[in-house]
Design a protein around this ligand. Structure first.
Ligand code: NAD
Ligand code: TYD
Length: 351
């Protein structure tokens, strides 16, 4: 059992669910969350566990080797769950270098520190890298991504994640650093930053604003509820084989236009609006540059070898997600108004 675990990027969407799961499920473990609190990191996401005795938050940057080294010295980590990243494809198209810095340089920095800290004894240590199915590129109408699919990233985001995956494997082969990688499909759920398709459209439906659908809305994504993703990470972290890669997904493919129609249908009912009110907000806009057509994950290895299965059907997960956003409009208004970032600037300054 690992006792001291570093989670990077634990104030983000997936990281906050992962941190909550580990802090509450493993009270005997000490969880340190290292997060830079970029626009995507929000301590409100962790309000319910912030005072837990086995949890420590540290504001910091995975690119800062000295800081990461001193954290390793202070806490003697035996596990790392590396979640910190720049994660939005559209932002990577406007600023690719930011993605190289965080996703590539930041990952290599944490890998180097872990290797140096653990080099005398790798037994019982694990560097777990959380990655994406986007590294595999784009599928046509048929087929699935397996763990053997060749990498073919096409956006600056996926290229930076592919590069970080390669470095993780390089550290395994070259230095024997104990690593595991998982590549997951699109997540959705509470605390998802409203720049991504589903929370953006929930926010816009609430506010009667247009729902921007890129191109014809024919692109397909394979959606997994975020709590199912972190339960898969938990399973792999504790039972996965060192040096292996695991694909995570729930066999749940949707065309963008269909998912938004389903969202509109459910929100009309929940907001007590006349049928088809929200669908009138659908607006087709210019396509994303290099827009990948289809992602679909084959997660057979994970289910056969480790027995993991997703817990939720999509319509149910989407309904839970909408309910959360409707009950947490303050969170949504705060992150869309940028209030929370002003607060952090005041609280932490340049620290
Ligand atoms: P997110 O953008 O919501 O959160 C990223 C977190 O990392 C934020 O809290 C941010 O403050 C922090 N961060 C960014 N740069 C940092 C730095 N230099 N130092 C320390 N912290 C930093 O991202 P997410 O959607 O939660 O994704 C988390 C991970 O999961 C990423 O590695 C992403 O590639 C991967 N992933 C995401 C999805 C998805 O659908 N969102 C699917 C598969 C894999
Ligand atoms: P997104 O949530 O950005 O995730 P990813 O690009 O990592 O898959 O986008 C999901 C899909 O929705 C993708 O095909 C792009 C599309 N999309 C829109 O049509 N409109 C939007 O405003 C956004 C943000 C995404």
């Amino acid at each position: 059992m690992k006792k001291n675990i570093l989670i990077t990027g634990g104030a983000g969407f997936i990281g906050s669910h992962l941190t909550r799961l580990f802090v509450t499920k493993y009270p005997e473990c000490h969880i340190v969350n290292l997060d830079k609190l970029t626009y995507a990191g929000n301590l409100e996401n962790l309000r319910d566990i912030e005072h837990a005795p086995n949890y420590t938050f540290v504001k910091g940057d995975i690119e800062n080797m000295e800081q990461v080294r001193s954290l390793f010295a202070q806490y003697q980590f035996d596990g790392v769950l590396h979640c910190a990243a720049e994660s939005h494809v559209d932002r990577s198209i406007s600023d690719p270098l930011a993605f190289v810095k965080t996703n590539v340089l930041g990952t290599v920095t944490v890998l180097t520190v872990a290797k140096d800290a653990w080099k005398d004894n790798f037994d019982g240590k694990l560097f777990y890298h959380i990655s994406t199915d986007e590294v595999y590129g784009s599928l046509g109408a048929e087929g699935f991504f397996t763990e053997e699919t060749s990498y073919d990233p096409r956006s600056p985001y996926s290229a930076s994640k592919a590069s970080s995956d390669h470095f993780v494997r390089a550290f395994y082969h070259t230095y024997h650093l104990p690593v595991i990688i998982s590549n997951c499909s699109n997540n959705y759920g509470p605390y998802h930053f409203p720049e991504k398709l589903i929370p953006l459209c929930i926010h816009n439906i609430i506010n009667n604003k247009p729902l921007p659908i890129y191109g014809k809305g024919e692109n397909v994504r394979d959606w997994l509820f975020v709590e199912d993703h972190v339960s898969a990470i938990d399973t792999i972290f504790h039972q996965g084989k060192i040096g292996e890669t695991y694909n995570i997904g729930g066999h749940n493919e949707w065309k963008n236009i269909d998912i938004i129609r389903e969202l509109c249908r459910q929100m009309d009912v929940k907001l007590d609006r006349e049928k088809d009110t929200s669908a009138k907000l659908i607006t087709f806009v210019k396509d994303r540059a290099g827009h990948d057509l289809r992602y679909a994950i084959d997660a057979t290895k994970l289910s056969k070898e480790l027995g993991w299965k997703p817990s939720l059907q999509f319509e149910e997960g989407l309904s839970k997600t909408i309910d959360w956003y409707l009950q947490n409009e303050d969170w949504l208004n705060d992150v869309t108004s940028g209030n929370y970032q002003k607060y952090y600037e005041k609280m932490y300054g340049d620290r």
